[in-house]
Design a protein around this ligand. Structure first.
Ligand code: BDR
Ligand code: CA
Length: 314
């Protein structure tokens, strides 16, 4: 039986590949895509989700917009990494994508999807955790409808947006705190894991070699992403963070996991938004979160290339 999944995302170059992977792989049943402000404003991330679905031929999956700002504090975007559109690189054109936005808001879509699914649903957030926190606060009765939460965010090490904090967690630390303390099973793929999956020129060449319009668009996405990661961080190839979540669902042996207590720094002077991951059990806090560690990178790229191939040949 495929795993029923709701993707909650802020596309975003790496979010876009996660949508492709979830839609293409038979082990996943993509029930809905909800969007959140993060890499760009909510309006842009929602448009981008529709664009990705339109170019990849993904139809019949509701796309609903969620929160346009964090629970507390100002909105922050990652224009330096994802560009002014949030998905810079390919020419998407000016016309409206033919995939519509669902008229319901993300909270309603998540609620109705959870209630309608015969099996508990896995939530896969790959942006700030605002929508998920709002769902958990507004509908505690739906907790039993949630199988687990598999998220991209944080790190066992340092951050990327401040020296201490990773982007998704920093955007809405209070929401992240609610999710990590929810009592639901949480699996976290942070920068310590995602920095192992770099879209090298060899990977890009494999995708280019598929020779479809979709593969060309993916190459344009990765080329832009490579340029900003080079400029901002000096990386020779950009890490494709978000698809580690769905890749893990497809093949749980792809990333090794350890259990640890994870807490979110809410008040630090220079460390707000940091994930404090107790890998050695020194705090005595219960080690309830699964944390991604070592990645089988070849296996990961196999899945990505295959997803682009499958969708491009439909
Ligand atoms: C995370 O932040 C975003 O820019 C990416 O889409 C990813 O979800 C990496 O820190
Ligand atoms: Ca993201």
């Amino acid at each position: 039986m495929p795993i029923p999944v709701i993707l909650d995302c802020d596309p975003g170059h790496d979010d876009a590949f996660n949508i492709l992977l979830a839609a293409a792989h038979p082990a996943i049943e993509l029930l809905a895509i909800t969007t959140v402000a993060g890499n760009q404003t909510l309006e842009k991330t929602t448009l981008n989700a529709r664009r990705v679905c339109a170019v990849a031929g993904i139809r019949g999956v509701p796309i609903a917009a969620g929160r346009e700002r964090p629970l507390h504090g100002p909105i922050r975007v990652a224009e330096n990494i994802h560009g002014t559109s949030g998905l810079d690189g390919p020419g998407f054109g000016e016309s409206e994508p033919e995939v519509p936005q669902d008229p319901r808001d993300a909270l309603t879509v998540m609620r109705e999807t959870l209630l309608a699914s015969p099996a508990p649903v896995t939530l896969v957030p790959t942006g700030p955790l605002t929508n998920i926190a709002v769902l958990l606060l507004a509908h505690p009765e739906l907790a039993s409808r949630i199988e687990r939460i598999v998220l991209m965010g944080g790190s066992t090490e340092r951050g990327n947006t401040t020296p201490a904090a990773e982007f998704n967690i920093l955007c809405d630390p209070e929401a992240a705190d609610i999710v990590f303390r929810s009592g639901l099973p949480v699996t976290m793929f942070g920068l310590n894991a995602t920095h192992q999956v770099r879209a090298t020129p060899e990977v890009v060449a494999r995708i280019a070699g598929l020779g479809t319009p979709l593969s060309g668009l993916c190459v344009d996405l990765l080329t832009y992403f490579a340029s900003t990661y080079r400029e901002v961080y000096g990386f020779d190839a950009p890490p494709l963070h978000d698809p580690l979540t769905v890749a893990h669902l497809i093949n749980p042996s792809l990333v090794s996991l350890v259990r640890a207590a994870v807490t979110v720094e809410l008040t630090g002077t220079h460390t707000r938004g940091a994930t404090v991951v107790d890998l050695h059990g020194v705090t005595g806090r219960p080690a309830v979160t699964e944390v991604g560690m070592e990645v089988d990178t070849d296996g990961f790229w196999e899945l990505i290339v295959e997803a682009v191939r499958v969708l491009g040949s439909r």
